[in-house]
Design a protein around this ligand. Structure first.
Ligand code: UDP
Length: 364
């Protein structure tokens, strides 16, 4: 055995594990299928602009320990996510707050907005929300559901809102203040100079092999180390023997434009069903730089097929039942399964870090 630990995947989960294990003197090898480190938080420098290659990532947490942890590697800026929604050419502030209510109904005070919403969600009185549609209507009422939720959600998930779990919408806050901050967490920002720098710092002094597909040479790689930490899709580890877990995939269409400012905001969502993309990201607004060009990305959700990148696990009853079977199977392996793909969980970055630190804590 040449290594104490083999870590499969250099995304956030794998990199935190690698850093923590290296710190306590373990010999670690990281193998990565892609030609670069960082998993989906990877950012690429386009003449000064940090491009979020696999979708926008905004770091936010309520946990000071996690915030201090990431800041110990790189400095974070004070970016605050305040996305806008474009519905049929009109702009609305997100998340749902007093600005949005004013734009929709001209309500000016919290009491006016609350009574409007109460009227809007009357149809749900006494009904327990069983799916995303019912959850959304009981939270904010029919108007907001139809204009700002239904189209976006059905595009993103490729499913009717009636067939989606309600927890997805619970990610979105509803506020009776004029506050456009998408997240309610205490700490928020983006690493100055990009996420790749954060991962590079974590992996300093650790052997990393890129373009290396662990699953193709599983037994060879497994024989190199006493223990494996695997962060890829759990079903693929078991050659899909119990069936295939479903994901939502994304296609990113990126353009470099000869203008310094395209949309004036990092994120604008397009919430109507007939526009095929869900949002346009203008990367320079995450980590502002003074350039004469700008880079924008349109995000098109798509059904995942073999060979596509898995982005979002589809945590409905059918997939969760299958996942539980894989999890049972995984208990008989001398392998730790962690991260978004292995735990089949709609994780945010701070949760991934916490989970990786817990995982290493249990090994020590
Ligand atoms: N959502 C919505 N309208 C929006 C933005 C989000 O209905 O303009 C809903 C949608 O159901 C989505 C969920 O909120 O799946 C979570 O969105 P978020 O932007 O947090 O997802 P992520 O950034 O992880 O893709």
């Amino acid at each position: 055995m040449t290594y104490d630990y083999l870590i499969v995947g250099s995304g956030l989960f794998g990199s935190v594990c690698a850093y923590e294990l290296n710190k306590i003197g373990k010999k670690v090898l990281v193998v990565e299928k892609r030609p670069h480190i960082g998993g989906n938080i990877y950012t690429e420098n386009n003449k000064g602009i940090q491009v979020h290659k696999y979708g926008a990532h905004i770091f936010h947490t309520n946990d000071k320990k996690i915030w201090d942890y990431v800041n110990s590697f790189v400095e974070f800026n004070r970016f605050t996510n305040s996305p806008l929604a474009n519905y049929k050419g009109e702009l609305f502030n997100l998340p749902f707050n007093m600005n949005t209510f004013y734009q929709l109904w001209k309500t000016k005070t919290p009491d006016e907005a609350k009574s409007k919403i109460a009227e809007q969600r009357q149809e749900m009185d006494g009904v327990e929300a069983k799916n995303l549609e019912e959850q959304a209507i009981s939270l904010v009422g029919r108007d907001i559901y139809e204009k700002l939720i239904k189209g976006y959600t059905e595009k993103q998930w490729g499913r009717n809102c009636k067939d989606l779990p309600s927890f997805i919408i619970k990610r979105l806050p509803v506020r009776f203040t004029y506050d456009n901050n998408y997240f309610s967490d205490k700490y928020q920002g983006v690493p100055i100079g990009g996420y790749t720098k954060l991962i590079e710092k974590m992996l300093t002094g650790i052997e990393v092999r890129l373009d290396t597909d662990f699953l193709k040479e599983k037994s060879i790689y497994q024989s190199l180390a006493s223990k494996v930490i695997y962060t890829g899709p759990i079903d693929e580890y078991f050659e899909n023997r119990l069936g295939k877990l479903e994901y939502r995939s994304l296609e990113f269409k990126t353009e470099t434009l000869k203008q310094s400012n395209f949309q004036g905001n990092a994120v604008i969502n397009y919430t109507e069903r007939d526009i095929p993309f869900t949002r346009i990201i203008e990367h320079k607004h995450f980590d502002p730089v003074d350039t004469t060009h700008t880079v924008i990305t349109r995000e098109y959700p798509s059904e995942w097929r073999v060979g596509d990148e898995p982005y979002y696990p589809i945590n409905d009853d059918k997939n969760m039942a299958l996942f539980k079977k894989y999890r049972e199977l995984s208990k008989s392996e001398n392998v730790i399964f962690g991260g978004r793909l292995s735990e089949y969980k709609y994780y945010d970055m701070h949760q991934v870090i916490k989970s990786a630190l817990n995982c290493i804590g249990q090994l020590k």
